[in-house]
Design a protein around this ligand. Sequence first.
Ligand code: ADP
Length: 635
Amino acid sequence: MSLISFKKRSIKTQILAVIMLISSVALALAFFFFLVYDFFYVKNKTEEQINSLAQVIASNNKVSIEFNYGQTAEQDLSNILMRDHPNITEACIYDSSRTPIAVYFGSTQRTNKPASYRMPPFTEFNFPDNYLYVYRAIEDDYGRKVGTVYLKTNLDALYQRLYQYSIVLTIIYVGVIALTYLISLWSQRIISEPILSLAENTKVISEEKDYSFRIPNNRADEIGVLINGFNEMLGQIEEQNLALTFAKEQAEQSSKAKEQFLANMSHEIRTPMFAVMGLTDTLLETGPNSKQREHLDHIKVSAEHLLVLINDILDLSKIESGMLSFEESVIELTPLLEAVTASSSQKINQKKLLVKRSVAPNVPKKFLGDSVRLKQVLINLFSNAVKFTETGEVELGVEVLDKTDHDYELNFFVRDTGIGIPPEKQEYIFSIFTQASSDTTRKYGGTGLGLAICRQLVELQGGQIKVKSELGIGSTFSFSIRYKAYQETLVVEQGNLTGKLFEDDRPASVGRRILLAEDVEINQMLVSNMLISFQHQVSVAQNGLMAFQMLAEKDYDLVLMDVHMPELDGYQATQKIRQELPEPKRSIPIIAITASALKTELDRCISAGMNDYISKPFNKQTLQEKIAAHLSPKV
Ligand code: ADP
């Protein structure tokens, strides 16, 4: 508001100032030139008048000079001048020998000094003196000079007139300027008002983002054209906004559809994968012969590989749709590096590779960041290094690049003495589905997704990933990420807490009454077997409603709840339990079993009232750890 009124005042003042400046300068110049003109006009007139008066006196006194009638001449001078020409203050008639014969000194001034003689014709304005001097020759009838008339006139009348004119003109000037001010105050609105209203409307539109508004326009001049142009621009913005909103809605819809498709696909693939992996484990436990064991091992490896692929594709699509989020927890460096090397231990042993671990002494033992994603990137790089190295060594290392009070920039590297990557391929291997050579898949397997995901994971955490490699010599992959420093006081508390959960609960959480709500028969069998192997008592409900009824009738320690079931699904059944059953049954721990790994699905489980979730496929250790985490020690 204040900005607008300031602008309003400012533009009005500017227009007013311009009008006033132009008109006052123009008027002042006009009056000045008028005064100058008038001065010279009156001056010339006075000169003419005095000259012709001198002429009259000269012709009147021709005879008096010829006959030397000084007295007559003097009489004549006073007669003419005294009455009609009070401005003449001195007059004199000289004879041919330049001797004054008649002198006149006006009515008040009297001096006996005759004026000094000048050769006629002579006219002079003497401004400092404020007088006009005129000398005119007196000639006889034959044109011979017989004497001279001298007249001295004061210029009071001329200055008086100049003074009066100045007063009058100043009054007129002030009056005209005042009038001009009033008229321009009124007339400048014609220009400034529409511009101000345009400015005001522009501000309102940009603040309220209402582009359907149009500024009323009833003018045919340039301002009208300006308003029309502005309105047209608003129309175009409105159209573009509509198109953008439409496009955004469509993009959101297609992103939702993609998300849904992914959730479905993930669910559809994970469910049979759970069966394949679970049944393979079950068969392996039944003591197969060596041939059968070999086949079962192959099935297991293939299933695990398929699962990695599904997880990779899911990760990629999460990254693409911007749904990937990073969590912050304590990262313990040594166990993390051990887990990374352990993940490839079988191949390392087969190939007899030397594994080196080099951790610079100033690297912190613990720091804060997303440990799952760090482990994922390291396992990817490390398993590639092992995969592409037949002999020699593989090194896994960390060093500090930069350190502040609050964080560390850590550089992780994986160096191998493997096949190396040709220089022209080094940039491409970080792209999706790209491998260094066309026969890589045939020789080594893989999909070309791993490094693309690694790069995204590193860059999304503000880091950078690089490769240095020489064909036949080896490769070094490195990446740097900034991690927050870990405060030691927190370590003690958290360490105790986590320790307690695992040390105290795990042995105590066997032999519990578990209610399994699951509609698919094969899953019922697999999960039941896992639970029984930990001596739990298992009751199976075919759907959500049955689970609710069974829980209402009997006591259980924990519910494992599949989310997709007929009658009542897992979410609905959980809500019913949480709302309708009395305590303590209402608060029984419920763990969701879901085939989805999407965060949206997992969040849904928690908001439905479940305590935790476990994603299919899982093995019995994972299941037991989840159960233990939610059961207090058995008394
Ligand atoms: P994948 O290993 O599944 O094929 P990645 O994205 O992990 O996919 O790797 C892409 C390609 O980069 C590999 O196929 C291989 O050609 C090359 N590559 C990756 N790491 C190494 C390495 N340590 N030594 C040699 N080549 C490598």
